[in-house]
Design a protein around this ligand. Structure first.
Ligand SMILES: NC(=O)c1ccc[n+]([C@@H]2O[C@H](COP(=O)([O-])OP(=O)(O)OC[C@H]3O[C@@H](n4cnc5c(N)ncnc54)[C@H](OP(=O)(O)O)[C@@H]3O)[C@@H](O)[C@H]2O)c1
Ligand SMILES: [Zn+2]
Ligand SMILES: [Zn+2]
Length: 343
């Protein structure tokens, strides 16, 4: 085994700096020095929702390859790479063959709190100075992208990119993004860069200026019934990134006939009034993470269009404070941990 250092929660929710073990490199593994790791709201859900088992969060990071296994062909030491929220899949099921490893019938291996397909160990995430990953699940980081601001693309970004692409968003599409947080602000940047007319739906009126700076043409205040009523049936696609369970009714009313609400924020059971789908033949969908080809395509698009996250970069020693502020919606729009203080 190799040893590194990272941030782990044990019995409580507080992360502590501890030594961690990484596997020795398999033939197709690369070792990555993790430089920057985004703080995703899923990390908060995972910390609060577990049964006391140890957890090292972090599933959107960038860094540099330090060592490669003997069978590695795509990377060499010194290459800048990015890793997201899945690190393996079966490779042979219909979804994997379609390039949708994120929907692998055998379930993709999650970057943290997943089960390694070969040795059965529990995966430890990117709040750590080193990560060992199969080369097929590491992506070359385009040189034009700032590595700290690019880290959130690998979870927040790809999670909204795939549905925007799958739903054919482009010039002439009217897109709404509900919840202006980590996922939401990237959804706005992508939709705008794809040429769509884009509107934010937020409970926070103070974000209106930011929404416009991000390229949105409007912000609707979700608690203002008059504003919502005036926007009835307006959007072809609504990407809902709200981090808590909520009534979809008011959001479905904003969706145009034959349009789609893609619920990517809260994942879990939801009661939906069928009538709010019936009137206008509306569609309810979801998405999460991304296939390997689409993830690489997203990174290329970001390099071409200059899209990265708006971040607050903090030393990794501030991780507990960052999580606490994220829980209070006090970040615009993504914390990224600088892990160089773990060396
Ligand atoms: N599908 C997937 O694979 C996937 C991947 C990553 C994350 N997620 C999930 O996506 C959600 C968003 O993640 P994130 O990292 O973007 O979180 P985030 O940065 O905290 O943003 C979430 C946004 O939701 C809105 N919101 C939060 N609490 C709310 C409440 N009580 N009522 C109404 N609106 C509320 C806020 O926007 P406003 O202030 O603008 O209203 C907030 O900025 C999380 O639940 C996360 O677990 C899913
Ligand atoms: Zn995430
Ligand atoms: Zn598979």
């Amino acid at each position: 085994m190799r040893t590194t250092v990272g941030w782990r929660a044990d019995a409580g929710d507080t992360l502590r700096r501890v030594p961690l073990e990484r596997r020795d490199l398999r033939a197709d593994d690369v070792a990555v020095r993790v430089d920057y790791c985004g703080v995703c709201h899923t990390d908060l859900h995972a910390l609060h929702g577990r049964d006391g088992r140890p957890l090292v969060p972090g599933h959107e990071f960038t860094g540099v390859v330090t060592e490669v296994g003997p069978g590695v062909t795509r990377f060499a030491a010194g290459d800048a790479v990015a890793v997201g929220n899945i690190v393996d899949s079966c490779g042979v099921c219909r979804m994997c063959l379609l390039g949708q490893e994120n929907f692998c019938y055998e379930f993709p291996t999650l970057t943290y709190d997943g089960t390694d397909r070969h040795d059965g160990s529990t995966t430890l995430g990117g709040y750590s100075r080193e990560y060992v990953v199969r080369e097929g699940f590491a992506y070359p980081l385009p040189s034009g992208l700032d590595p700290a601001a690019a880290a959130p693309l690998l979870c927040a970004g790809i999670t909204v990119w795939e549905p925007l692409r799958a739903l054919g968003v482009g010039p002439g599409t009217r897109v709404a993004v509900a919840g202006l947080g980590g996922l939401g602000h990237l959804a706005v940047k992508f939709a705008v860069a794809l040429g769509a007319e884009t509107t934010v739906v937020s409970r926070t009126p103070d974000k209106a200026e930011d929404a416009r700076r991000l390229g949105a043409h409007d912000l609707l205040v979700s608690t203002d019934e008059g504003q919502l009523a005036a926007a009835r049936d307006r959007f072809d696609v609504l990407i809902d990134t709200i981090a808590v369970e909520h009534d979809l009714g008011p959001y479905l009313r904003l969706v145009a006939m034959d349009g789609t609400l893609s619920q990517v924020g809260y994942l879990g059971g939801i009661a939906v009034e069928t009538m709010s789908l019936l009137a206008g033949r509306k569609k309810l969908s979801s998405a999460g993470s991304g296939g390997r080809a689409e993830t690489a395509a997203m990174l290329e698009f970001c390099a071409e269009h200059g899209v990265t996250a708006d971040i607050e970069l903090v030393p990794s020693s501030k991780v507990n404070e960052a999580l606490e502020r994220l829980s209070r919606n006090d970040v615009r729009y993504r914390f990224v941990l600088d892990l160089s203080d773990l060396s």
